[in-house]
Design a protein around this ligand. Structure first.
Ligand SMILES: [Zn+2]
Length: 206
């Protein structure tokens, strides 16, 4: 990964490069296709970028950010996981008693589950993300009678449904829009920086 941090003052470049290298949630040397838990999109690990955060006393840390514009997801192996269940970074998610062989077939996900359901459902798995989407899909074709409706009739959208739909659409719009995340953050005035998952516009100090 290139140790260049756009617009970061030169005196912090080296510290930022070191912080990027030392961060245990940095992407692997070998790029791989990943899935981000925040934006629920597939991303390439080598598109992740390090957002330096300046701390008190001239120290620098930061987060490896999701490539998706405006996504708050950060950290390879934290919010962003390889889609390949055999990838070493997924170790512990698919724990088995043997040498780690994961038998993959069309419907075999979760078969080797001997650890109490840990690997029966992993939202990081694209297959399950798709399932989620299917479940949220309000296509009721052929099942209208269950809701007391005429065939072809859609149930009225509840305020809650409309609200969550609007939130989802707005979120997707932001992920497709120009990236507004700052390339680096000045947290030198803040004693305790919040974790990346609570990052929001209001917290940007400029
Ligand atoms: Zn993301």
């Amino acid at each position: 990964m290139d140790a260049q941090f756009p617009s970061l003052p030169p005196e912090f470049q080296q510290a930022a490069a070191d912080a990027a290298k030392e961060d245990c949630f940095g992407p692997p040397a070998e790029p791989c296709l990943c899935f981000c838990l925040h934006c629920q999109r597939e991303v390439m690990s080598d598109q992740m970028w390090f957002q330096p955060a300046l701390k008190k006393n001239g120290k620098v840390d930061g987060f490896w950010m999701c490539p998706t514009p405006n996504c708050g997801g950060a950290g390879f192996g934290f919010d962003i996981f390889p889609v390949d269940p055999d990838h070493p970074a997924n170790e512990g998610w698919h724990s088995t008693d043997d040498d780690g062989e994961w038998e993959e077939d069309a419907e075999g996900e979760g078969e080797e589950n001997e650890t109490g359901g840990v690997d029966s459902y992993d939202p990081a798995e694209p297959e399950y993300a798709e399932l989620d989407e299917m479940e949220e899909d309000d296509d009721i074709e052929g099942e209208e009678w269950k809701l007391g409706l005429q065939p072809g009739e859609q149930p009225p959208e509840t305020p809650e449904m409309a609200e969550s739909r609007r939130r989802w659409e707005k979120e997707q719009e932001r992920y497709d829009a120009a990236d507004e995340r700052p390339r680096w953050i000045d947290r030198s005035d803040e004693p305790d920086p919040p974790p990346p998952s609570t990052w929001s516009d209001e917290e940007i100090p400029f």
